[in-house]
Ligand binder design. Sequence first.
Ligand code: ZN
Length: 449
Amino acid sequence: MTDPALGKWLHDLVADLLPPMRSITGDGVRATLRTVARALGETDGAPGSELTVHEVPSGTPVLDWTVPREWNVASARLVGPDGKTVVDAATNPLHLLGYSTPMRARVSLAELRPHLFSMPDRPDWVPYRTSYYNENWGFCLTDRQLSTLPDGKYEVEIDTTFTEGSLTYGEIVLPGETDDEFLITTHTCHPAMANDNCSGIAAATLLARDLAAVPRRHTFRLLFIPGTIGSITWLARNRESVGRIRHGLVLTGLGDGSDPTYKRSRRGDAAVDRAAAVALAQSDRPYRIVDFSPYGYDERQFCSPGFDLPVGRFGRGQHGEYPQYHTSADDLDFVTPGSLADSYTLLRRIIAICEQDRTWRNTAPYGEPQLGRRGLYRAIGATMNRQAVEMALLWVLNLADGTRSLLDIAERSGLPFDTIAEAAQALAGVELLAEVPGEAFGKIEVGGV
Ligand code: ZN
């Protein structure tokens, strides 16, 4: 797809994903996964791109946590003294406090106030509030509306249910040539916000579609999981196999106008950290790379010390740093097709580098081999200048000693990764390089359990 078509495809999917009453459990998550499945099915239906929906029963112990009761919303409305609706979750899911307990009551404005949430500094925005682990009920509304509420009796009509149901998450596995895994995850628990989290769901969906259609060295595993409890649940259920994860990316906030931002894994020097740094540095535009911190999204769980997986986070604006964060202003205008397409293109680039990275050994390491007589310059990049190609050949021949991967060589030489990869391919074609099996990505890192 061209960038405009790509951006429109992603933006349209964000719009489709926006409406359901999403939370960490419940029918909103299932509706979201149906939209994802539809978006996958609308394409060529490449084998392996099917979404598996997992249901994990409430009460299941998961690491130090327990899968909570399932929450669903039939309706939620606040009616004023004049009999008119003040707010209704049917018009905007953000109006209901997430995980609100059911409540039927006739209350005064003074009794109601502790249950109303607004943003005095942003009087036209509705805040996003949840109360997952403390029982509470409430409504969120604009401060402008709150300030005009008259005294009198209000009808609280919150029809929510908590049941011994399940936690729902989606998983797509695209087998590759090897069992080495590339994990891609995105959260699915935020209602009615376009950047956080519909942009991540849309990008992960398109990745599943696109990766299903191409040859893959890694096995790709894509997770659509509720934040925190979802990654904890997945890790608890897959504890024995996480050692296969060689690279991972948490996708969040890919559609706003901030610069692309990569957050390193806890390790800080995992191959995915280095691939992201190379991809961003060579993208010839402003970007940010930030260090790991034990705060943010599901990288907190994947990078907890017992797992310490090579999982970074890719997105643009970070949680809390843009004013629209966790408000009704995180809408379809805040997220643009241009930013979505740009993020997606960079994401593919990071993945492509991890896919192409290899470790080679120079088969003629004593003195420089004669390059001219082997026709190497004709074998690579008619579009590349001869000097860059020659430098790439020399760097690869010098550093390909069986311990350094192409990523190492790209970093040390400062040459574009693609040029290095092409040079290696050409040298392998004339048997000046032999691949070192099982030594892709330099040192193999295995996540502890
Ligand atoms: Zn959030």
